[in-house]
Design a protein around this ligand. Sequence first.
Ligand code: HEC
Ligand code: HEC
Ligand code: HEC
Ligand code: HEC
Ligand code: HEC
Length: 292
Amino acid sequence: MLNSIEHHLISSLLIASCLMFNIAAYAEQSPTGDYVEAECITCHEKISAKLVTDWKTDVHGRNKPVAGCTDCHGTQHENAAILSRQDETCTQCHGGTQASVAHSYSTSKHGVINRIERKQTDWSKPFRPGNYRVPGCAYCHASGGQHNMGERMNQIEDDNEHSEHNGQARQAMRWMCQHCHGPRFIRELQNNGQKMLEIGNMKRREAEAILQTAKKTYTPEQMTKMTKLFTALVEENVKSLYLGIAHQSPDYQWWHGHPAIDGKLLRIKGELTRLNRLKAHKKTKEVSSSSE
Ligand code: HEC
Ligand code: HEC
Ligand code: HEC
Ligand code: HEC
Ligand code: HEC
């Protein structure tokens, strides 16, 4: 026999679950129509609060938002998800299709298959195992409707560049790979990528040490060429290597990445030799002119 307190508790639970069911049923009614940014935020703060908070605290939404709901989803509610899943939505802001961010993807196996099969791709499907053959930008960076895209970074430790991002979000990206690949393949891939980047950073530090030594002897004007080479090594070649690892592009790893870094390092060393030779030559000249 139930006592009255238990009875009361059970009926309250029943009422509560009915209410919850009602809210859920209401929430599933996705409205149709045209909305402006403020409407998206107001309504979704009520029905998907975590998502909005994630966006607000992450790269795209914090401070003055650089990408709002309508930038990725458009204004037509019925197309909102479909639009956000397609690469063009991301590349329009991330430098276009020729920039290294997109190009490192389009030269990967994923990118090549995506290009061949894009006409057959059904973008109305959610990012779940079995729905897509290869991932595009949004599949990797936002599957599961995750809006903390910056936090999901840090798969690769690039000298702690992204070290503020949290572990759980990192895991999400790795699990996502396992929609289509075995965990061992992914683990080995990441370990190799990590090593490859460490070697790249070692070469970068070697170049930096040469620059620091040269600074003690030569003026900024004399070092113009060397500084330019070093900047290109960091901003173009190490970056390409990173993108090659991030986006699984052999071209970026083995063409724009390591060989290019090696080439710059050699030229930096060559430049130091040239400056030293010039200085030695000048000294000899000074010595010979003062002894005249
Ligand atoms: C009046 C409330 C309301 C407004 C305004 C609104 N939405 Fe929604 N939206 C919903 C509901 C309800 C759903 C379905 C439940 C869910 O997915 O959370 C939904 C679903 C979505 C989905 C998922 C669709 C899918 O197929 O999985 C996206 C994306 C979305 N909204 C984006 C937006 C954007 C962008 C705007 C502004 C242009 C917007 N919403 C404006 C209520 C709203
Ligand atoms: C940088 C691009 C981007 C921005 C900005 C963005 N979204 Fe999204 N959103 C996406 C992508 C990509 C998906 C994933 C679609 C999928 O999983 O199929 C998504 C998924 C969603 C979903 C479905 C979530 C789910 O669990 O399936 C909703 C709802 C949504 N977004 C609403 C919003 C709202 C509201 C805003 C503004 C506060 C917003 N989005 C801002 C790219 C974005
Ligand atoms: C309206 C412009 C805009 C759109 C659309 C957009 N982004 Fe961004 N995104 C930015 C800006 C600006 C930044 C911050 C600066 C940067 O890192 O480039 C950023 C940052 C990021 C970062 C973090 C980079 C880092 O170094 O931490 C990722 C990842 C990202 N975006 C992925 C995406 C994906 C995936 C999409 C498509 C679903 C997308 N973005 C759509 C403008 C946009
Ligand atoms: C196979 C999964 C995958 C695909 C597909 C993918 N990305 Fe990435 N992306 C990553 C990973 C992993 C990283 C590196 C994360 C880290 O820094 O640890 C990354 C890094 C980035 C960054 C940061 C670059 C920087 O300089 O810091 C941006 C921006 C970005 N991706 C945008 C895109 C865009 C745009 C597309 C589509 C053209 C795309 N991604 C496709 C997985 C992917
Ligand atoms: C939606 C499915 C899907 C997802 C998700 C996915 N991949 Fe793939 N991936 C594929 C397919 C299909 C191929 C081509 C396989 C082949 O070589 O036949 C591929 C190929 C690759 C290759 C090239 C292998 C080779 O033989 O050259 C690498 C590396 C790779 N994926 C890494 C990743 C990583 C890392 C992630 C997560 C960040 C990921 N993939 C997520 C489907 C996926």
